[in-house]
Design a binder for this molecule. Structure first.
Ligand code: CAA
Ligand code: FAD
Length: 380
């Protein structure tokens, strides 16, 4: 594994950094406060190719590798984790899911628009009674010949209010357990499909999260993704890539907080010297830097595994588990280094601390990542 970034990767990282500084930083506090992320900013991310980073150019994507995706995610997340979760869901759950498992017709109809940002996608697995325990789906899809009839509730759906295309996981045959689950493409506005109100959240407040209700929604047969009964494996494989996205989001939140804390500690004085000269603060900075670098290597390893065609189920779980822990612990330290200023919105670190928490919860909680990792260890 080569730890030097290529010139192309540096250019991609710098383009994302520049976009984050010029387009995301202004207004990030207001977006957090108002729980809003404007369409125009999503369009700008689409124009830069950030919504179809790894998608084949023949479907309108940027054709980049997973490492490029990680670099873009880190830079966006340093400034605005609400922006980066829109990017992450669209790229690694929706576009990847369709590109890897969809039919040519599905790719032409949906992926080409999702990869360019003309459409935004959502991934709908979680339910009020089936979060971590994802096989215990209650949403049903009954085979009616030329269509399925979809009934049930999905909750916590990111992009729930803004999406055009929803990938929905549902039970078609309860007796078959995880082998009786399928994934479907549901278009916005389909009769019987209702989007509930926006959740009022602790963090990533610019990102919209909604409950979705399906009441006798007719889904054409051609909108099923993959072979009959492959929906759970579809969800798990897709989530392995998604976890690389969330790991890089956590890495970005942590490194954003670290950069702010380092800068502040070199400016703020107490007892006649800059606070970075107090060993208690200097050691915090050292701990932050080491842990962030360690998280970066795990994230890069998972991305590398995916790019090499290796199995990345465990490396992505490890990257997410560790990077999210580092993000949570060190955003708290960044607030501490800022003293009272850390507690107010203008200094950004309190938002990063609130945003960090979700990285330990979504796309599989930390406990679920430990299940994935430990099962693989025991099986070996
Ligand atoms: N790839 C392919 N197949 C897989 C797989 C993978 N990564 N993981 C499991 N499977 C297969 C298994 O091999 C098994 O198939 P067989 O019966 O043929 O052997 C089948 O799927 C069932 O697997 P398990 O027995 O391991 O299932 P389980 O009930 O024990 O659950 C779990 C496993 C890992 C805990 C899983 O339920 C899980 O990941 N839960 C967390 C759910 C989650 O991450 N939700 C995220 C929602 S999306 C989101 O959050 C987006 C966002 O915030 C932005
Ligand atoms: P539960 O499964 O009820 O877990 C509660 C606690 O018990 C957790 O600490 C968990 O780790 C622990 N636990 C559960 N089972 C075990 C076990 N076997 N061993 C040890 N500990 C266990 N979902 C989507 O499908 N699409 C999305 O776009 C999406 N976006 C989200 C956005 C936000 C802001 C949030 C908050 C959630 C989102 N989710 C989404 C849902 C998310 O994936 C779930 O919240 C998560 O998987 C956990 O499920 P749960 O909330 O039902 O918690």
């Amino acid at each position: 594994m080569n730890f030097n970034l290529s010139e192309e990767h540096i250019m991609i990282r710098d383009a994302a950094r520049d976009f984050a500084q010029t387009e995301l930083l202004p207004g990030v506090i207001e977006r957090d406060e108002n729980q809003h992320f404007p369409k125009e900013l999503v369009k700008k991310m689409g124009d830069l190719g950030f919504l179809g980073i790894m998608v084949d150019p023949k479907y309108g994507g940027s054709g980049m590798d997973t490492l490029s995706y990680v670099l873009i995610m880190e830079e966006l997340s340093k400034i605005d984790a609400s922006a980066s979760v829109i990017v992450s869901v669209n790229n690694s759950l929706v576009c990847y899911g369709l590109e890897a498992f969809g039919t040519e017709e599905q790719k032409q109809k949906y992926l080409t628009k999702l990869a360019t940002g003309e459409f935004v996608g959502a991934f709908c697995l979680s339910e009020p009674e089936a979060g971590s325990d994802a096989t215990s789906q209650k949403t049903s899809a009954i085979d009616k010949g030329d269509h399925y009839l979809l009934n049930g509730t999905k909750n916590w759906i990111t992009n729930g209010g803004r999406a055009d295309v929803y990938l929905v996981i549902a039970q078609t045959d309860r007796d078959k357990g995880s082998h009786g689950i399928n994934a479907f493409i549901v278009e916005k506005g389909t009769e019987g499909f209702h989007v509930g109100p926006k959740e009022n959240k602790l963090g990533i407040r610019g990102s919209d999260t909604h409950t979705l209700q399906f009441n006798d929604v007719k889904v054409p047969k051609e909108n099923r993704i993959g072979d009959d009964g492959s929906g759970f494996r579809f969800a798990m494989k897709t989530l392995s890539g998604g976890r690389i996205g969330i790991a890089s989001q956590a890495l970005g939140i942590a490194s954003g907080a670290y950069e702010l804390a380092l800068k502040y500690s070199k400016e703020r004085k107490s007892f006649g010297t800059e606070i970075c000269n107090h060993q208690a603060i200097a050691f915090k900075l050292a701990d932050m830097y080491v842990d962030i670098e360690a998280a970066r290597y795990l994230v890069m390893k998972a991305a590398w595994d995916k790019d090499q065609g290796n199995n990345y189920d465990v490396s992505s779980a490890m990257a997410k588990l560790y990077a999210s822990k580092v993000a949570m612990e060190h955003t708290v330290e960044a607030v501490q280094i800022h003293g009272g200023n850390g507690f107010v919105k203008d200094y950004h670190v309190e938002r990063l601390m609130r945003d960090a928490k979700i990285t330990q919860i979504y796309e599989g909680t930390s406990e679920i990542q430990k299940i994935v990792i430990s099962r693989s260890l025991i099986k070996q």
